[in-house]
Design a protein. Structure first.
Lengths: 256, 131, 663
């Protein structure tokens, strides 16, 4: 389903995305050019550009949404906050001039993955309201490990890339054209291999979610109405099944 | 733009996802946290790709291509993962991962025998209930 | 065929018979009896032929070296002189008689095939010892006899007495064999060869460096094999084996091997007067002690066993005074009449259903039930008591004559004290021998009381053998004159003084016993006692096994019975109690050796259990504790595992970064 959606999205939305991203990029380029255009050393953290401020603000929203998503006690809310976080990330992609990926992010994650997760929550009869036991007893250990890893990663990253400057001027680094060219000039073989992998995942998901109905004939009556409802998660993936093999084609066409 | 901004954001998102993976009880929430971690990595990939392609050190756009692949694989992963979670839920009547302790030391004495026999009925009921 | 070939065939035939018997015993039971009797019979005939060809003249020597064995060569050697030829004839005769007798005695025994094969193997080993000209080859036969005696004594292994006796026989003889082996090595090192002829040549030229040490070491092995004090204790217990085995092993062959060995190597012993004195004292203690013990035994076979020990003491005494002719002469006649005594005792046990003299002394008319055994046993007992003109008289007088010869100082290089010791104890033993022979005869055949049970006629094979053996018991003494040529040429005919003294003492002993018996026999009716075998209709071996097994429960002891009608009890007085148990030697050995060894074993066991195993347990406990601690972490919760994994990853990453940045 995800790839089917992605393929459809690529085909239809590509033009609009390019135009919108182009506007943003133009804007940032002008503000950045107003400050300095020279080497990375001259850019200080105390004098942020507009793009940086936008990135920072969106990043705060994203991070906040993510944190709420992993801490809230209402399971459905967690999924919804995840939508916010993933959407925020899509905006960040746009700010980084990777517009194609931004739209793919929106379509696949926000559009399908989160929907799938919500399906899963419903199928496992997750409580709708606040559930006090949403977190396991492992929480404090988890917090320690997470904080430690965050500290270590931030420290390392900041220490390494303190002065590195991304020049966002000029043509978009991730426009559909650029990405399409790169994908189908240099990455064709992994791309095709990926389609095979998706097929395998599809088959695996069907096999896993199918009920073993071979043995007892006595259960046939109850099994008769179950498969239809019960295969809903499977049919979610199964729906992408027939399309999965065709996935590559529209995407290729769209890229071309 | 300073590379440090997306890099730090990515690191913080990754750690948030890490916390979720380790602290959440419901298996589906764990899967969500995994998605967060994947996205953090994606952000990193995109940021570095933009930087390197601008600096003309790398023209293959490998970061963005890899991001696309990661997104596709994440979609597949979430499909398989949910199928597994559902199968577990159907068999065990729960999707809380800290209750799935079959590999614990000395489990054979108290588990398995009762688990296997009486989990059929509730599983069927739950499956019906989902309808 | 040359005499050498015949001589090789003599030990070889019973060996092949034994191998064939063991192989075919199960599959073709029809061949077992011919395979048991015929090879032994042929070997007997060949031994006679060899003896005739050798004729007491020059010794026959032949040797072949199979493979080089270093500085001291080992050769397959034959050395047949007059001694070897005649002893081989005796062994063949007794073995043949025993094999024939066994066909009747173990008629229904399911283990007869292996029994017969072992008897054949035993015969073969003894013949090998007799003919061998090489000490190493001799040792092979010597040890085969040891293991065969272990199996044969334990033939009735269902009974605890037989099991204990077989182990005791094996261990005690092995106890002697260890110094024996060392002695043989020492002798070979001194002489430079294992060949007997070479050794004797070296002795003659004075080439031995440590004659006393070697002689005493060898003497230990001989004492074990020939049941001399202090290693004689296995022989009375070995009576728990079947009677034909007792006849073969414990009367004529195996115990004779020790005496024969000294006779072969007498110059080695004679080179050390200390060794001769030790031998004389050993013989004296053996003779007197066994004579007294024989007088107190209740089991008919144990009486004979102690008499065997005593007669072997005579032979050792003859060797101690340096006269191997007399020793081997006595060995030959003793082999014949003692085999006869044992075989006749087997018939009595079968007929009476008991091995207890207390029981037979309460049976009337036992001698009419077994007339063949009665008459032949009478002959044999007369021979044992050395009454002229039976064979024992001549041979025992030869021993006493040799002792007197030395005691009166007519022999060179042999201490006169040895002569006196042997002479005096020999005469005293003659008195005791007469007494216990008379007691045995009276109590076995002249009982009073209820009629002896009728268990039918004895098998012909058993009776015929008795008469065959009675011939040498009667007439072997006549050979004294011609036989002296076969030996060292010394005169074997009796001298007047010792003859009169010996015969007189034996008669006195017999008459005193008769008087005592007359005095006590009236008591027999007042104290009824006795137990007979539960299945008298079974074959003889079966009856005997039951009799042995029931002796201790019925009379309170395997050796003695609390019978006031026993003339031995009157004669021995307070000594009787001690004599019945072999003068407490077994108890002494238990205290001196068995208990310390068991204490040592339990100490070792304690060390092993408590000390060594503590280390082992400790070595196991630490990992077990660690394992318990680690097992605690095995919660089954995946999140815990992943937390630990990621925490470790973070720590490692930080460490790597720190190292990489040089911080």
């Amino acid at each position: 389903m995800s790839l089917a959606a992605a393929a459809a999205a690529t085909a239809t939305v590509a033009h609009a995305a390019t135009t919108a991203a182009g506007a943003t990029v133009a804007h940032t380029a002008t503000t950045a050019a107003g400050a300095t255009t020279t080497a990375a050393d001259t850019h200080g953290f105390l004098s942020p550009t507009g793009v940086e401020i936008a990135f920072l603000l969106v990043g705060l929203v994203t991070l906040g949404a993510a944190i709420v998503s992993v801490t809230t006690r209402q399971l459905v809310h967690a999924a919804l906050w995840l939508v916010v976080a993933l959407g925020g990330l899509a905006v960040e992609y746009l700010l980084l001039t990777a517009e194609f990926i931004a739209w793919v992010q929106v379509l696949i994650y926000v559009g399908s993955v989160v929907v799938l997760l919500l399906f899963g929550l419903m199928l496992t009869r997750a409580p709708i309201g606040r559930s006090p036991d949403a977190d396991s007893g492992n929480r404090w250990v988890a917090l320690t490990v997470a904080v430690a890893s965050a500290a270590a990663l931030v420290w390392v990253v900041v220490d390494a890339f303190r002065t590195t400057w991304i020049d966002l001027d000029g043509a978009a680094a991730g426009s559909t054209e650029v990405t399409g060219k790169a994908l189908f000039q240099n990455w064709v073989l992994p791309f095709e291999a990926l389609s095979v992998l998706l097929l395998a995942a599809l088959v695996g998901a069907i096999v896993l979610s199918r009920k073993a109905k071979a043995n007892p004939p006595a259960v046939v009556t109850s099994a008769a109405n179950e498969p239809a409802d019960n295969e809903t998660p499977a049919s979610g993936t199964a729906a992408s099944g027939p399309a999965a093999s065709g996935t590559a084609d529209p995407e290729k066409e769209g890229a071309r | 733009m300073h590379l440090a901004y997306p890099a730090v954001l990515s690191a913080l998102l990754f750690s948030t996802g890490l916390y979720g993976v380790l602290a959440r009880r419901n298996a589906i929430l764990v899967l969500m946290s995994v998605e967060l971690m994947l996205n953090a990595v994606n952000l990193n990939l995109v940021a570095f790709d933009v930087w390197l392609s601008r600096a003309a050190e790398e023209t293959l756009h490998s970061g963005q291509a890899l991001t696309l692949f990661t997104i596709a694989i994440a979609a597949a992963e979430i499909g398989i993962g949910l199928a597994i979670v559902l199968a577990v839920y159907r068999n065990r009547g729960t999707s809380d991962i800290d209750k799935l302790r079959d590999t614990a030391e000395g489990h054979e004495t108290d588990g398995r025998g009762t688990d296997g026999s009486d989990s059929e009925a509730p599983a069927a009921q739950k499956a019906e209930a989902t309808a | 065929m040359t005499t050498t070939t015949l001589a090789v065939l003599v030990p070889l035939l019973p060996f092949l018979g034994a191998a064939a018997g063991l192989l075919l015993g199960r599959t073709t039971p029809g061949f077992v009896r011919p395979l048991a009797v015929l090879p032994t019979l042929t070997a007997f005939a060949l031994a006679i032929l060899v003896a005739v060809r050798q004729g007491g003249g020059r010794s026959i020597d032949a040797a072949t070296e199979l493979t080089p064995t270093g500085s001291v060569p080992i050769e397959l050697a034959l050395h047949i002189d007059g001694f070897a030829a005649l002893v081989a004839v005796l062994v063949g005769l007794v073995a043949t008689c025993v094999q024939i007798y066994s066909t009747g005695y173990l008629r229904d025994d399911p283990r007869y095939p292996s029994y017969a094969a072992l008897v054949s193997l035993f015969t073969s080993a003894m013949l090998l010892v007799v003919y061998s000209g090489d000490l190493m080859v001799l040792l092979v036969g010597w040890e085969i006899m040891g293991i065969c005696s272990y199996f044969l004594v334990g033939h009735y292994w269902e009974t605890p007495e037989a099991r204990a006796a077989s182990i005791k026989a094996f261990l005690v003889t092995k106890l002697g064999d260890v110094p024996f082996l060392i002695g043989i090595f020492a002798l070979a090192m001194d002489a430079g060869s294992f060949r007997i002829t070479t050794v004797l040549g070296a002795v003659a030229s004075g080439g031995l460096d440590h004659p006393t040490l070697i002689a005493l070491l060898l003497l230990a092995g001989v004492a074990g094999k020939s049941a001399q004090f202090p290693l004689h204790t296995w022989l009375p217990d070995a009576m728990a084996g079947p009677t034909p085995v007792s006849a073969l092993i414990h009367a004529a062959t195996m115990v004779a091997a020790g005496v024969y060995f000294i006779a072969r190597l007498l110059p080695v012993f004679a080179a050390s007067s200390a060794a001769l004195l030790v031998m004389a004292v050993m013989a004296a203690v053996t003779m007197l002690g066994s004579g007294l013990a024989a007088l107190a035994q209740d089991d008919i076979k144990r009486v004979l066993a102690y008499s065997t020990i005593g007669q072997l003491g005579y032979m050792t005494g003859a060797l101690a005074v340096g006269d191997r002719g007399a020793a081997v002469f006595h060995l030959l006649s003793h082999g014949a009449f003692k085999a006869l005594l044992f075989l006749a005792a087997g018939v009595i046990i079968h007929a009476a259903g008991t091995n207890s003299l207390a029981a037979t002394s309460r049976m009337k008319g036992l001698r009419d039930r077994v007339p063949d055994a009665y008459w032949t046993m009478t002959v044999a007992l007369l021979a044992l008591a050395a009454i002229p003109p039976f064979s024992g008289f001549f041979t025992k007088e030869a021993v006493l004559g040799a002792a007197e010869h030395v005691a009166t100082g007519h022999a060179e290089g042999i201490p006169g004290a040895a002569g006196w010791i042997v002479l005096v104890t020999g005469l005293l033993t003659a008195l005791l021998t007469g007494a216990y022979a008379m007691r045995l005869w009276l109590r076995a055949f002249h009982g009073r009381g209820a009629d002896a049970p009728d268990h039918g006629k004895q098998p012909l094979a058993m009776n015929a053998v008795l008469w065959l053996l009675a011939v040498p018991s009667l007439a072997f003494g006549l050979a004294a004159g011609p036989l002296s040529d076969w030996f060292d040429g010394r005169d074997l005919t009796p001298t007047l003084t010792t003859s009169v003294l010996g015969t007189g003492l034996a008669l006195v002993g017999g008459l005193v016993t008769y008087g005592a018996w007359k005095h006590t026999t009236a008591l027999a009716a007042r104290v009824p006692m006795g137990a007979v075998a539960a299945h008298p209709e079974g074959d003889a071996a079966h009856v005997e096994a039951e009799a042995i097994a029931s002796h201790a429960p019925a009379y309170g002891d395997v050796a003695a019975a609390p019978d006031p009608a026993d003339p031995g009890r009157l004669l021995l007085g307070p000594l009787h109690r001690h004599a019945a148990v072999g003068f407490h030697l077994d108890a002494l050995y238990t205290t001196l050796f068995v208990r310390p060894v068991q204490a040592g074993a339990s100490l070792v066991r304690f060390l092993d259990r408590e000390v060594v195993e503590t280390y082992v347990h400790g070595a196991g406990a630490v990992p077990r504790l660690l394992g318990a601690a680690v097992r605690r972490a095995q919660t089954g919760n995946v999140q815990t595992y992943v937390s630990a994994l990621l925490a470790g990853t973070v720590v490692l990453t930080v460490a790597v970064v720190l190292v990489a940045t040089g911080a």
